[in-house]
Design a binder for this molecule. Sequence first.
Ligand SMILES: C[S@@+](CC[C@H](N)C(=O)[O-])C[C@H]1O[C@@H](n2cnc3c(N)ncnc32)[C@H](O)[C@@H]1O
Length: 233
Amino acid sequence: MNTASYLERRNKIEAYFDRTALDAWKRLTSTEKVSGIRATVRAGRAEMRNAILSRFPADLAGWRILDAGCGGGGLALELASRGADVLGIDLSAQMIEHACAALPEIAGPGSLRLEAGDMLSASHGEFDAVVAMDSLIHYKPDQAREAIASLAERTRRKMVFTLAPRTRLLMLMHTAGQFFPRSDRSPAIEPVNGRQLVSSVASRKGLDCWTQQSSQRVARGFYISELQEMTRS
Ligand SMILES: C[S@@+](CC[C@H](N)C(=O)[O-])C[C@H]1O[C@@H](n2cnc3c(N)ncnc32)[C@H](O)[C@@H]1O
């Protein structure tokens, strides 16, 4: 996807995660003590990571998996530990450098490669599965829909990703975000109706081999996110 609006949004997200929020993300994804709101976010993220992992078999030998927007690579590492060959892609070159230095060895037979780049690039090839934890939440609903559709075309078995649900709190934060000066805020979180969005992808010509599975919401303090799963027959 190379529309001007996608590239503009992608550049903002890259600047935010590669520079503005890099240290905060490193702390959040470390074992360092954090307090208050950050602790609830960390707990919510751990719950969501487990929810995503629960959608996969314990033995992933023979699976090639893309962790789209892998950040610090924690989820990618878990999937590789189950035997998958995992490619983690993230826009933030600095986050990838940090992940490569900080992640422990894989405790299993799989492999893990982490690279800086665009998760939507067709050059990454085909996959058995794609995971995308909280990497689509800053895109407009149309952009997230096109991203999911383009990944579905190159995926053989399963996609598990999260979107920001349209809860009152998130809608309020979204609205409040419009009033901060541009330089002070992160790229806005874009709440969407996840079930509707997935169903619109799965009903497209050529993608009707995809079936929408049950969704799961995680809400812990300031962490609110909803898992969506699609499987291919
Ligand atoms: C909220 S963080 C989540 C990181 C990781 N998935 C996790 O849960 O720890 C979102 C990540 O998605 C990445 N991202 C967003 N759009 C991307 C794109 N088009 N290609 C690659 N990475 C992207 C950002 O750089 C950022 O690191």
